[in-house]
Design a protein around this ligand. Structure first.
Ligand SMILES: [Zn+2]
Length: 411
């Protein structure tokens, strides 16, 4: 097994886009073997980190413990202004500076029971796959690189970032890229979720809370004035009729409606939450404009319905979250490096897909980026029934990502 890996790693280094040498590298082979041999350590990290609650905007405790675990491995870990944990492994110079990240936050609110149940290789608990698996894999790779003293040309910056899930609106990676809290970044890999797939394109999303307002009144006594609830109904019907392309995939959804005082009141306020998504930034921008027109028209139509009324009616579009879209060519060096690494290990060739992850932001900025799965298998992400099963070869995930990391930073 080990001989096979050494030969395969030699092939990777010879074929890789950043190959600096063509001879087999025993240190890399030892690190791969260590990830398999010390798999139980990786699983312990996954469970322990997952049992620390990390609701949106409440990642501090998990972040502090994540930093502490990097320090225990001999790294200097810092926590930036928004709560990202950053531990850098300096390169020898001349290579690309890679960020290898996993997100600290979960979708689960404060007070959720986050204890992990273990039955054999199967672990159950909220967040166990998304993204405690990623956090454990990043830590395991940092450990293997340190213990086996694997040099890279570029720096490898290990990050546990905040704010990946919906409410966080990518504020962790936004801070990394817009405020430079991890320095210059040439490439970005997020370990997010389970399996052996990867996301190479960012599905963009624009999420809004639209509030229709008026003075309100009695349903019988004040009848004849514009009704915010009816205006919202007009808007929803028009959104439902919007035309969107199947390719690039572009979708819309009114997911939540709220408002109303009582059955016999003209409400003062009606609110809807709208999610617009596309793989293409241009298609998303067109859908966004069409959506804004429907909201404006709904107000005009509802006012026109009651020409004799001087009562006000307005609609305000508030932003819940904006996630930029972007695509990368299949021939991009980072995408090829991920495939080369999979080929080296003999694991199924990952097909690139589109997703909504931390990688959206760098992709939209033109910085090579991927979101890769951390191995194993599982289901139920974002639900209390979430589970992860390491099976017999969960270590394949960290092995794959280690080879990808080394190819990206350069040897
Ligand atoms: Zn995730």
């Amino acid at each position: 097994m080990r001989t096979l890996i050494i030969a395969a790693v030699g092939a990777l280094l010879a074929a890789g886009p950043t190959a600096g040498q063509s001879t087999p590298d025993p240190a890399v082979a030892r690190a791969l073997a260590r990830l398999e041999r010390d798999n139980a350590w990786t699983i312990e990290q996954q469970i322990a980190l997952c049992e620390i609650p990390a609701p949106p905007f409440g990642e501090q405790a998990r972040g502090a413990e994540y930093a502490r675990r990097f320090e225990a491995l001999g790294y200097r870990a810092t926590i930036d202004q928004v709560g990202n944990v950053i531990a850098t492994r300096p390169g020898s110079g001349g290579g690309r500076r890679l960020v290898l990240a996993a997100h600290l936050d979960t979708v689960f609110p404060e007070g959720t029971d986050v204890r992990v149940r273990r039955e054999g290789t199967r672990l159950s608990g909220p967040g166990i796959g998304d993204d405690c698996r990623g956090l454990a894999v990043v830590l395991a790779i940092a450990r293997a690189m340190a213990l086996e003293r694997i040099p890279t040309r570029g720096d490898v910056v290990f990050v546990g970032n905040v704010g990946e899930e919906g409410p966080g609106n990518l504020r962790g990676v936004r801070h990394l890229f817009e405020h430079g809290s991890a320095g210059r970044i040439d490439a970005f890999v997020s370990v997010d979720g389970v399996g052996l797939g990867m996301v190479t394109a960012g599905v963009g999303s624009n999420r809004y809370r639209v509030t229709f307002s008026g003075p309100g009144g009695h349903s019988y006594g004040d009848f004849g004035m514009p009704n915010p609830m009816h205006a919202m109904g007009r808007a929803i019907a028009a959104i439902g009729d919007l035309a969107v392309p199947a390719e690039p995939r572009t979708v819309f959804n009114v997911g939540v409606v709220e408002g109303g005082t009582s059955i016999n009141s003209i409400t003062m306020k009606a609110v809807m939450q709208v999610d617009l998504r596309s793989e293409s930034a241009a298609a998303l921008a067109r859908l966004d404009s069409a959506f804004r027109r429907t909201v404006a028209q709904a107000v005009v139509q509802e006012k026109a319905r009651w020409p004799g009324s001087d009562k006000s009616l307005s609609a305000d579009i508030g932003v819940i979250g904006l996630r930029p879209a972007g695509t990368q060519p299949d021939t991009l060096w980072l995408v090829r490096a991920a495939r080369d690494a999979a080929r080296t290990l003999g694991i199924p060739m990952p097909r690139g897909g589109a997703g909504s992850t931390d990688a959206n932001l760098p992709i939209s900025l033109g910085i090579p980026a991927l979101a890769v799965d951390g191995g194993g298998r599982g289901d139920g992400a974002h639900s209390l029934g979430e589970w992860y099963d390491d099976g017999a070869d969960g270590f394949r995930g960290p092995q794959w990502i280690l080879l990808l990391t080394l190819a990206a930073a350069g040897r």
